[in-house]
Design a binder for this molecule. Structure first.
Ligand SMILES: Nc1ncnc2c1ncn2[C@@H]1O[C@H](COP(=O)(O)OP(=O)(O)O)[C@@H](O)[C@H]1O
Ligand SMILES: [Mg+2]
Length: 338
């Protein structure tokens, strides 16, 4: 039945796009949730590199024993298994007003799915439903299912914190903690959840996350400088690193480049293209060129004349841009409205 399932609570005030959401908790270092078969201290044979390569790598980065470090901190390096996210018959309300009507969309593992459509058609709302942020908005409610690898994140047995842990979010406006150091920004998710990690573990995680976010080279010599001192594009990559540090399986990005200059935008796009190899990405964008450059799947949202948002058309990005089925999609992707 298409009626609200979850009512909002007054857990936290939230406003569109700029909410500072606490990064989610991190799995325990010695028992990574997604690395069930990996022993805490893997045998040397688990690593293909020769001993000399390992030791020269260790010398190169000034550390004493890379092999021991890698063995001990395998959770830092471990890739997260790719996950598929699927919305089924998702509807959303703010108070009595329905803003999304039975949205069904599969966001395949290891791909970038772009959500496009004019302002106000419910793209951000849909994104917030995908990681259980919508329910924190006063007056908000929703219906439907969101399946992460087949498991409904709204199932009564599932915790909100687990959804946040698995499904990270990056906002339009970069929101690092401005006075906090770059280093501490990256590991903020660990700190806020009280997880204890050793110094070496943290160093490894910070380097790893910043590298994946395409920021390491630019900041490695000033990790103790405040995050607020970085440029807008760097701050956004810092936020991406902060999200990655808790090893999400899906990364949601709500217009992550709309406040950035073209050069920063390009760097973030390149980062996304690389990241999709290890984390499923869903991006909202108003930039049609960007949708074509970064995404493999695309969904066109539309809400006409005060009616709730629906998906008009979705599928392979190339096909949707080259040969859309619905004339409204054609008009939108060719810049005729929106
Ligand atoms: N916190 C809120 N309270 C009430 N209405 C909201 C709230 N956030 C969004 N809306 C409304 O929901 C609809 C969808 O908004 P949104 O998901 O932000 O669209 P989009 O991201 O596509 O621009 C809009 O009509 C918007 O005004
Ligand atoms: Mg939006």
């Amino acid at each position: 039945m298409d009626q609200p399932l979850a009512s909002s609570s007054s857990l936290a005030a939230s406003n569109d796009g700029v909410t500072e959401v606490l990064p989610p908790v991190h799995p325990a270092p010695t028992a990574p949730a997604n690395e069930g078969s990996t022993p805490a201290t893997p045998a040397d044979s688990d690593y293909p590199e020769s001993a000399s390569a390992i030791h020269s790598a260790a010398r190169a980065d000034g550390r004493k024993d890379a092999r021991r470090r890698r063995g001990r901190f395998a959770w830092v390096d471990a890739n997260t298994p790719l996950a598929q996210l699927e919305g089924r018959n998702v509807s959303a309300w703010f108070g009595e007003r329905k803003v999304l009507d039975r949205i069904s969309l599969t966001m395949p593992a290891g791909q970038v799915t772009a959500l496009i459509g004019p302002s106000g058609c419910g793209k951000s709302t849909f994104l917030r439903i995908l990681n259980r942020m919508h329910e924190l908005v006063p007056s908000a409610s929703l219906a439907g299912e969101v399946l992460l690898d087949g498991d409904d994140i709204y199932d009564a047995s599932k915790k909100l914190v687990d959804a946040r842990k698995s499904i990270g979010m990056v906002f339009q406006k970069p929101n690092p903690f401005p006075a906090m150091s770059i280093y501490d920004n990256v590991i903020a998710g660990l700190k806020l959840t009280g997880l204890k990690a050793g110094r070496d573990e943290k160093d490894e995680l910070v380097e790893n996350s910043l590298t994946k976010a395409g920021l390491w080279k630019e900041v490695k010599d000033r990790l103790r400088a405040p995050g607020g001192g970085l440029s807008g594009g760097q701050q956004q990559r810092l936020c991406i690193a902060r999200s990655l540090a808790v090893k999400p399986r899906v990364l949601l990005m709500d217009e992550p480049c709309s406040a950035l200059d073209p050069t920063s935008t390009r760097v973030i796009e390149e980062t996304m293209v690389e990241l999709k190899e290890e984390v499923t990405i869903v991006i909202v964008t108003h930039n049609m060129q960007q949708a074509q450059r970064v995404s493999q799947q695309c969904a066109f949202f539309l809400a006409s004349q005060g009616t709730p948002g629906v998906i008009v058309e979705h599928g392979d990005t190339e096909a949707m841009f080259a040969d859309p089925i619905d004339p409204r999609t054609y008009d939108y992707v060719n810049g005729r409205f929106g």
